[in-house]
Design a protein around this ligand. Sequence first.
Ligand code: B16
Ligand code: MG
Length: 218
Amino acid sequence: MNTVGFIFDLDGVIVDTAKYHFLAWKNLANSLGIDFSKEQNEQLKGVSRIRSLEKILGWGNKTISQEKFEALLDEKNEEYLRYIESMDESEILPDVPRILNLLLENNSPIALGSASKNARAILKKVDLIDKFNAIVDGNDVTKAKPDPEVFTNAAEKIKVIPNKCVVFEDSVAGIQAAKKANMLAIGIGEKDILHEADHIFKSFEEISSEFITKLMKN
Ligand code: B16
Ligand code: MG
């Protein structure tokens, strides 16, 4: 089968929720007396909630009980949920609808491949859930990015072989996961951070419809 499948990450690709994750992690880290920079936040993008907290505690050289660990995970998510509560279509990143509609017009299979356990709720809030043929999120996988599981599951769900899949990602961990899955990785963000990607664009505004059409024929 020659169909090309398109897999989208969520946070930082479809919606700008990365800023809310940053705020919630920063407040949590600071409340533990741990400094938290934008550079460190970059290392948490695409990384699961549990692994993110482990990394923050590691940076601060802190050891805590399992109970406290669970409580902090809940606390972080509650704050994050408060930030995203009032999200609507206006928080969809520029030109995402143009690309999704182009794919839909051409009957290209579209999947979501996100580490977030809140992915379905967010897609509903921004009214994009119906555009996806399949959704794989943090509730469906056991191994977090950079493990390729999230993307290989998504490819299976849309019935496209991995080397016919294109992944859009904003995180280093996600680009590594896509490459491990043997997929074409398109980085959305900065060239110096996402240099392992096959192509890098600052945003979807830089991606022409001709470029997407070429990918569909690959
Ligand atoms: P949650 P993505 C990832 O989503 C985020 O980039 C990452 O910062 C976050 O920790 C992770 O989801 C888990 O999210 O706490 O909502 O389950 O970029 O893979 O769509
Ligand atoms: Mg992301």
